[in-house]
Structures are given as structure tokens and as C-alpha cells.
Design a protein around this ligand. Structure first.
Ligand code: ATP
Length: 349
């Protein structure tokens, strides 16, 4: 396959636009692709931006319709997870199961070896394995979303943003005369659900498929008040419960069958272990039974040390050195070594 050509995912945003410039500057023949994941008002504008950039850089550009796939694999999953009393991780799933595999598939069809995005991550090669590692800009680090990628993808990735800070990226775009690109806003949160997920559920799910009002209970099963239906609550939630007690309470458990939400003081939400399904390990010897593994269960949450092993049911068992609160079923756990290499991850059972 052609090793001077690269297929770049172009969202029309600052990062992938600058990635296109940097790859071209480094001597690669870049082809840009924009995935149409879902219909939105802003999408046509993003397409125009990506298309204009491609034409100014004189690179081939394609639009790939992934709407059906995205609806099936990401939006339906997102809704189903809440209806199953879990908290989904759509960005993780999209990156690992859609964005990168699609880039690889389209690149294969074009006979192109390299695939690239504007993600803020680096890639390093150690003892026969490729690992994702944090970008120079720790504030923008996106390693947390990429634990599911395997060697066949990792080896083909080019990550031009890895050594740059966002400020440098903006300055570079401005210097190259791409003023509009330089000043674009950063994307935040879940792309297809810019509003509160509860409004999204109400919009997506027919009223008769939602459970309706249910009971808030305390840990001993005593009635505390009424809630709007279990899908509208997440583990660890404190705000927006619509219940006023003379003490702070948090969502500790959600029981789908009985449409019950258990509220408890924060101290009751701590756990010392968790099980992971759908896991991926980059290098078994660095992860399993090592005492120095770091685990993260939220994008911006503090890291914790743990020991990881595989159970007889083929799940990952994570024993935390310090208890963690708000471990929610459906969320992701990502593992790192002390140097920041991404060792793998999985979905909390
Ligand atoms: N619709 C899309 N089509 C193709 N590639 C995409 C699309 N959305 C995102 N990407 C790629 O995935 C990368 C990370 O996506 P994310 O949504 O986290 O972007 P971002 O940090 O806002 O980057 P950008 O500034 O490039 O939009 C982007 O830099 C881009 O390369």
C-alpha cells in the first residue's frame, strides 16, 4: 500500500484543518474525508469549511454518508443504554468502532496506508507494540477515548496534533492565512446531543416507551419522593433530582424493573472494585497483575491506582487502591502506565 498517502478525517474544525496543512507540509499526499454522521443545522457549514480547505490546499476530498451506521451503532446505543439504566459513552464507541475503523476501511479501498485525525494524542512504539500516549497539550488530551483501538489501526495512525498545543495550532492557522479556521470554537460534549440528554431522550423515545413516574427510595427502602422515570437519572447525580431533603443525597443505584432510584449520602457511593466487559488490552504484560496501573473512569476525573486481572467469565476485574465514587455501569475505564501510555480499557459492567 502507498506509504506516502494519508486519509485524513476532516470535520471542518481547527484541529483537522491544521492537521491537513501539517501532513501536507511533511510531504504526504493528503485526501480528506468528512463523515456525515447525522443531520444537523451546523453540518452544511462544516462541510463547506472542509470543502473550502481541501480546495485551498488542493487536496482530493470526499464526503462519506455514515448516517445509518451512526444511528444504529451510536444514537440507538445511547438511547438504549439510558433505557437499560446505564450511562453510555458515545464518543468512546464512535472513535473505536466507527471513526477509526471507517477511516481504515476507506483507506484500504483507496490503497492508502496511513490514516489520520486531528486528535490530541501521540503514538509511541515500545517492545513491539504501538501505544497511544498523551499529547503535549495535556489540557486537550484525548487518550481517554481511544483505549479500544487495536494494533492494526494503531500502526497506521498519523497524529499531527500530538506535539502541538491548541494555542500553537490556532496561531499556525492564522499565520497560514486561515483566519476563520484559527478562531473556530472548540467542540464540547456529545456532538449529536448538544442539549441535556434528558430532552434528547424525550424527543427520541415515544412517550409510551418511557417508564413514567417512579419512587425515590433511601438505602433501607424507605420512600423519599417521586421521580420522573429512571432513565432521567445517572449514578452519582446530585443536582436536578427535584427533591429537597435536609441533607445532600446522590443517586446510588437505579433499578430498572421496579423503576426505582436509590438515593444515599456520598460516602455510600464509594466502591473498591469493578468489572469490565468489551475490554481491549494493548500489551497484556504491562497491564495484568501489575501494581502500577493507573485507571481513569471519567475524561477529566482524577486518576487512581489499581490492579487488573481476568476473571473466569472473561471480564476484567479492577481492584482499586483507593475507593472511587460514582462508578456507573456503561461508562468506560481506561488504563495507563506511569509514563502515560494507554494500556487498554473496557466498559463498566
Ligand atoms: N464528521 C467527521 N468526519 C471526519 N472526521 C471527523 C469528523 N468529526 C471528527 N473527525 C475527526 O476526529 C477528530 C477528533 O474529533 P473531535 O470531535 O474530538 O474534534 P475536535 O477536537 O473538535 O477537532 P476539530 O477541530 O478537527 O473538529 C477530528 O480532529 C477529525 O480529524
Amino acid at each position: 500500500m502507498e506509504k506516502k498517502r494519508v486519509l485524513l478525517g476532516m470535520s471542518g474544525g481547527t484541529d483537522s484543518s491544521v492537521a491537513a496543512m501539517l501532513l501536507q507540509e511533511a510531504g504526504y499526499e493528503v485526501t480528506g474525508v468528512t463523515f456525515r454522521f447525522y443531520d444537523s443545522e451546523g453540518f452544511e457549514e462544516s462541510l463547506d469549511d472542509a470543502r473550502n480547505l481541501a480546495s485551498r490546499l488542493n487536496i482530493p476530498y470526499i464526503i462519506y454518508d455514515a448516517r445509518e451506521l451512526f444511528r444504529e451503532r451510536i444514537i440507538r446505543y445511547f438511547v438504549d443504554e439510558y433505557l437499560s439504566a446505564r450511562t453510555p459513552v458515545p464518543c468512546t464507541l464512535c472513535n473505536n468502532e466507527l471513526k477509526w475503523p471507517l477511516l481504515a476501511k476507506i483507506a484500504d479501498e483507496m490503497g492508502v496506508y496511513w490514516i489520520s485525525t486531528g486528535h490530541y494524542v501521540r503514538k509511541v512504539f515500545r517492545d513491539g507494540y504501538y501505544f497511544i500516549a498523551p499529547a503535549a497539550d495535556r489540557d486537550k488530551d484525548q487518550t481517554f477515548f481511544l483505549w479500544g483501538l487495536q494494533q492494526n489501526i494503531l500502526e497506521r495512525m498519523l497524529l499531527p496534533m500530538g506535539d502541538w498545543t491548541k494555542n500553537e495550532v490556532r496561531a499556525y492557522a492564522a499565520k497560514r492565512g486561515f483566519e476563520r479556521t484559527a478562531t473556530k470554537k472548540d467542540s464540547l460534549g456529545v456532538c449529536f446531543c448538544p442539549m441535556d440528554y434528558r430532552s434528547f431522550l424525550q424527543h427520541e423515545v415515544p412517550q409510551d416507551a418511557l417508564p413514567g413516574k417512579g419512587q425515590f427510595l433511601d438505602e433501607s427502602g424507605a420512600f423519599l419522593g417521586w421521580h420522573e422515570g429512571y432513565p432521567f437519572y445517572t449514578i452519582g447525580q446530585r443536582r436536578g433530582l427535584g427533591i429537597h431533603l435536609n441533607r445532600p443525597v446522590f443517586v446510588k443505584e437505579i433499578h430498572k424493573e421496579r423503576n426505582e432510584v436509590i438515593l444515599a449520602p456520598l460516602a455510600s457511593l464509594y466502591k473498591e472494585e469493578m468489572l469490565l466487559k468489551d475490554w481491549n488490552i494493548v500489551d497484556t504484560s504491562r497491564l495484568l497483575n501489575s501494581g502500577d496501573v493507573i485507571v481513569r473512569i471519567r475524561y477529566r476525573k482524577q486518576a487512581n491506582h489499581c490492579t487488573v486481572s481476568i476473571t473466569d467469565e472473561n471480564l476484567l476485574h479492577v481492584l482499586l487502591r483507593e475507593p472511587l465514587e460514582s462508578i456507573a455501569s456503561g461508562q468506560a475505564a481506561a488504563f495507563y502506565d506511569e509514563a502515560g501510555l494507554l494500556l487498554g480499557g473496557g466498559i463498566i459492567l
